[in-house]
Design a protein around this ligand. Structure first.
Ligand code: ADP
Length: 155
């Protein structure tokens, strides 16, 4: 059976930290779906179309990667595309606590789906979309924290 994994997130915007997790998750699976969550309760900085277009442009050449948008429960989305793995990155103890409860709830709802945690490499453990957004809001240059070719100006 094909090993299909979902890497869910807001990717608002995609950062070098996300790229590092994607690169390290890729050899573990046959297919990696980068899934952009659309939570109606959440206000995003960049529109879904933009976040999706960035991801698509970054991975056009990588056959194992697909990009999708989804709303609702991550485990339901996984079920709909037959993905048995959820990939999440862990930077800090706070990430761990947050991710632990989500993963345990997901496991209770969908016992066949495993969450796979990948620890941030030290060089990326401080990189966060939240900080990138703060830099942009305050007129700074955040280009070092996003992959090359991502134009943060055209928000
Ligand atoms: P969410 O809103 O679901 O947290 P994010 O786009 O912020 O979405 O993050 C998606 C995933 O990527 C999460 O598992 C997060 O912990 C992980 N992540 C984000 N930045 C990094 C980083 N610098 N290193 C490792 N993992 C990261």
């Amino acid at each position: 059976m094909k090993r299909i994994a979902v890497f869910p997130g807001s990717f608002d915007p995609i950062t070098t930290g996300h790229m590092n997790i994607i690169g390290r998750a890729l050899p573990l699976f046959d297919e990696l779906i980068i899934a952009i969550g659309n939570n109606s309760e959440k206000k995003y900085f960049f529109p879904m179309e933009k976040r999706k277009a960035w991801l698509e442009s970054l991975f056009t050449k990588e056959k194992k990667i697909k990009v999708a948008g989804y709303s609702g429960l991550t485990v339901k989305f996984c079920g709909s595309i037959k993905a048995a793995y959820i990939v999440r990155g862990i930077r800090t103890a706070a990430d761990f606590e947050f991710e632990r409860s989500i993963a345990q709830m997901n496991k209770a709802m969908a016992p066949d789906i495993e969450t796979v945690f990948i620890l941030a490499e030290p060089a990326y453990s401080a990189v966060a979309s939240t900080i990138v957004r703060d830099i942009i809001r305050n007129g700074g240059d955040a280009s070092a924290f996003v992959p090359p070719g991502i134009n943060l100006q055209k928000a």
